[in-house]
Design a protein around this ligand. Structure first.
Ligand code: NAD
Length: 520
């Protein structure tokens, strides 16, 4: 009753709340297995970026409610960690089935709150689903090591144990995938979890939590609290939280990394990006240009792995006209419209910021080959739309190059040689991803060796690794030392315990020796 039919929270969440209807609906917290309306009187509107309609309101969770969520996670921990690993895996097996069944519902929630096209939103869900599938094999992933007879009658083995209560803080751009990068790995390792979704699009997290509970996750294993800076700081300071997983901007990420690690917590912090593509003249022209347009403008450029900067080497600079023609063909529309290639950007503030950076490029001497600033989308005149925009002749000192734009803007640079192109990429402070387009194996190998980026694509525009590898990130794009998912992800959410055991018929005599024990 609390949620209007235009929202996409499951009815179970609504039913657990008080019967007083609210319009717009309030997004519930999840504490100890119950979806609870926050007592806070402060809220933030969740706004549909294509229409400006208020979809729901996110509460700024009170400190007492936050403490209750952590306490629920702490209380649930002893019995959850003692459950057989196979039982925990089975919850993930069931969860993956439920996510598959509910993909369309999740995608609709994502498109309504975040703006991306429905097809792209389904991809958002699917890339998260793959992490859940990966967590189904946790028994093998979490295996320890054993060396028998390290000394006479003595064996040593190490086991990977969960940490306790862990927390996740999410960005707006992948409302399903990023929560799914976090809690499935954490809880299947035996931890309990407190999730703080983005205040801009919390709906998918609520649906995922409902599905996780339906899949059999016991009460208190996954909790959700909403809010912004205060709740994030409370997470960083809380004595019971052992590890913090963060994805988002550098401002928030470095603050969280500093504050939470100063409080003795593990932190993995995935941050901003300026991903470059190097295009060599020997590349396949059509395949390359298609890839550049898709990776530059997909999701309206609001992907941390968007290829936002292209460095054309030598004669490949002459391909710019064709690139512009291809980009002109893209359809900008609300994400719910079947013909949409790209939807709106997340907020009016984001739109203004992107406009400012485009203007900055123009005023600093870049050539505006395609200007998407004045686009009007019929039927969605109030939406935060920006059409595909291409700036060429950009240089490394320009603001539009130095800042992450996070919009449908492709920055084009030129280099006379491959070495010069590599230097441009490596001088950039970010190191999330980089791709090369070439038919030369030798060039690709040189690129792979010399480029300072975490995710490297060779004729692949968005090289986001599947969950059996780790999502990485170098330089300013990552802080911490254990990356998301893959082996590193399991290591992040577990700690090693090394056991040395002696089982032999101990000789009665021998006396006391105070010397450091050595292998016998
Ligand atoms: P954001 O940093 O504004 O918000 C992320 C989270 O941090 C939110 O939950 C927000 O409430 C919280 N937050 C924001 N400012 C804070 C502050 N000052 N103190 C404490 N908490 C704060 O990021 P966003 O705009 O939601 O997401 C876009 C950014 O995320 C981009 O920079 C993008 O590159 C990055 N991103 C990176 C990756 C990656 O894997 N490297 C993936 C997705 C997004």
């Amino acid at each position: 009753q609390i949620f209007a039919s235009t929202t996409h929270f499951c009815t179970t969440a609504a039913a657990e709340l008080s019967s007083k209807p609210r319009n717009p609906p309030r997004v519930p917290n999840l504490i100890g297995g119950t979806f609870i309306d926050s007592q806070s009187s402060s809220t933030i509107d969740v706004i549909n970026p294509a229409t400006q309609e208020v979809v729901s309101q996110v509460p700024l969770t009170t400190n007492e409610e936050f403490k209750a969520a952590v306490s629920a996670a702490k209380n649930a921990y002893p019995s959850w960690r003692s459950m057989p690993i196979t039982t925990r895996q089975r919850v993930m097996f069931k969860l993956q089935e439920l996510i598959r069944k509910n993909t369309d519902k999740l995608a609709m929630s994502i498109t309504t709150e975040q703006g991306k096209t429905l097809k792209d939103a389904q991809g958002d869900v699917f890339r998260g689903l793959e992490v859940v599938e990966h967590a189904c094999g946790m028994a093998t992933l979490q295996m320890g090591e054993y060396v028998s007879n390290v000394s006479n009658g003595i064996d040593t083995y190490s086991i990977r144990e969960p940490l306790g209560v862990c927390a996740g803080i999410c960005p707006f751009n992948f409302p399903a995938m990023i929560p799914l990068w976090m809690f499935p790995i954490a809880v299947t390792c035996g931890n309990t979890f407190v999730l703080k979704p983005s205040e801009k699009d919390p709906g998918a997290s609520i649906i995922l939590a409902e599905l996780a509970m339906e899949a059999g996750l016991p009460n208190g294993v996954l909790n959700i609290v909403h809010g912004t800076n205060d709740i994030v700081n409370a997470i960083c300071d809380d004595e019971d939280i052992r590890a913090v997983s963060f994805v988002g901007s550098n401002t928030a990420g470095m603050h969280i990394y500093g504050r939470a690690s100063a409080n003795g917590k593990r932190v993995q912090s995935n941050m901003g990006a300026k991903n470059h593509a190097i295009v060599l003249p020997d590349a396949n022209i059509d395949a390359t240009l298609n890839a550049l347009v898709a990776a530059g403008f997909g999701a309206a450029g609001q992907r941390c792995m968007a290829l936002s900067t292209v460095v054309f080497v030598g004669d490949s600079q002459s391909w710019l006209n064709k690139l512009v023609e291809l980009a002109k063909g893209l359809k900008v529309n609300a994400g719910t419209e079947p013909d949409a290639d790209l939807g709106p950007v997340i907020s009016k503030q984001a739109k203004e910021r992107i406009h400012r950076l485009i203007q900055n490029g123009v005023e600093s001497g870049a050539r505006l080959l395609l200007d998407g600033r004045n686009i009007v989308v019929p039927g969605y005149e109030h939406g935060n739309f920006i059409g595909p925009t291409i700036l060429s002749n950009v240089t490394a000192d320009m603001e539009c190059y130095k800042e992450e734009i996070f919009g449908p803007v492709l920055i084009c640079m030129e280099a006379d040689s491959f070495e010069e192109a590599i230097n441009i990429v490596n001088r950039n402070k970010y190191g999330n991803g980089a791709s090369i387009f070439t038919t030369s194996g030798a060039a690709a190998r040189k690129f792979q060796t010399e480029i300072e980026a975490g995710q490297v694509g060779i004729n692949v525009p968005i090289p986001v690794p599947l969950p059996f590898f780790s999502f990485t990130g170098n330089k300013a794009s990552f802080a911490g030392d254990l990356n998301f998912y893959g082996k590193a992800g399991v290591n992040f959410f577990t700690q090693l315990k090394t056991i040395t055991q002696q089982w032999k018929d101990l000789p009665g005599g021998g006396g006391v020796s105070l010397a450091m024990p050595t292998s016998q």
